[in-house]
Design a protein around this ligand. Structure first.
Ligand SMILES: [Zn+2]
Length: 330
């Protein structure tokens, strides 16, 4: 009798264990509206597709297993060495994530690349060039949704949970942490980053055509280019003093991220209304949230790291204006 009971207990114990292991990898409760609306089969399909998008081969270990691995501690090799070690968890390497022979991607890596050291899922491309690439990445990441300052935001689950901890700590200290500009303070789609880019780019085309500095034919040619090339050529034209930012007096990149490059796409960025408060920044830093994009004052990036590890990971601290930024030491 005892033997039977024990066998039964072992059987149910095993079933429970298998059940809970499977549960680890399922997009549950907090998944995005899009994911919730999809039947289970569609999610599996999207994930399989995104594996190939991420440059994975069939030899690579199961993606869900690698996702659960902890980020490696700082090691020698500076920024590049540490990024390579971090990307390896996802079957990625730096050359597949950033094409450094491309001047735009090389610049983006230097300016936004700190995010590649995150303990969550780093972007599979430093510059996504289509909605389908972004969707594939976002479908694979574990997305959490939560309310902060009355606004529902979406981030990678690990990043959201760290942000919620920070918000609680801030509350206990008499402060708040709230999203700036509503929902867009967190997750963004590729289309949103393209809209933002076009809001500057198209306006500047009209402005400079009106001034006679850009011919109509040249403006039309620029508009028809594939996005990566369009960004490259805009930055080239800016060298002649024909600027594409809001006030036509500085690089377009000073006022908007190139399409597909925003850390908000990776769901690892949050724009905080309270960015000017050093006490709030300290609480965010204690929870793994740091400013990593110079001059973008309200913008925080989830690195999930201790501040004391940032230097050894290959980031350097740049003091600017009212605060500091951690940027790739390249
Ligand atoms: Zn931002």
């Amino acid at each position: 009798m005892n033997l039977i009971v024990n066998r039964t207990a072992v059987f149910f114990g095993l079933m429970f264990l298998i059940g809970s292991m499977a549960g680890c990898y399922k997009p549950v409760a907090n998944t995005s509206a899009e994911e919730r609306d999809q039947p289970e089969a569609a999610i599996t399909e999207t994930r399989a597709e995104s594996d190939s998008e991420m440059g994975n081969t069939s030899e690579n270990v199961n993606k869900t297993e690698t996702l659960s691995m902890d980020a490696p501690a700082p090691s020698a090799g500076g920024f590049r060495g540490n990024v390579e070690a971090n990307l390896k968890r996802f079957g990625l390497d730096l050359t597949s994530v950033a094409d450094e022979s491309n001047p735009v991607q090389s610049r983006i890596l230097r300016e936004y690349g700190a995010v590649l050291l995150t303990t969550a899922a780093p972007p599979s491309k430093i510059m996504f060039t289509s909605e389908s690439q972004v969707e594939a990445f976002q479908a694979k990441a574990e997305i959490g949704s939560g309310t902060l300052g009355g606004v529902t935001i979406e981030l990678q689950r690990e990043a959201l949970s760290a942000l919620q901890n920070a918000a609680e700590q801030a509350k206990a200290a008499g402060f708040t942490i709230t999203p700036r500009d509503g929902q867009e303070a967190a997750r963004r789609s590729y289309a949103k980053t393209l809209d933002l880019w076009n809001s500057r780019f198209l306006k500047a085309c009209d402005h400079w055509t009106g001034k006679g500095r850009l011919s109509k034919a040249e403006a039309d040619r620029l508009k028809s280019l594939p996005i990566g090339q369009q960004v490259e050529e805009v930055l080239e034209i800016e060298k002649k003093g024909i600027y594409f930012n809001t006030f036509f007096n500085n690089s377009i990149l000073s006022s908007v991220a190139a399409p597909g490059t925003s850390q908000h796409i990776s769901m690892l960025a949050f724009d905080a209304s309270e960015y000017g408060n050093p006490a709030v920044r300290k609480i965010l830093a204690e929870n793994g949230w740091f400013r990593t994009v110079q001059n973008d004052e309200p913008h925080f990036t989830y690195l999930g790291r201790k501040e004391s590890d940032l230097g050894p990971l290959g980031l350097k601290k740049v003091a600017k204006g009212s605060g500091e930024y951690w940027v790739p030491d390249l």
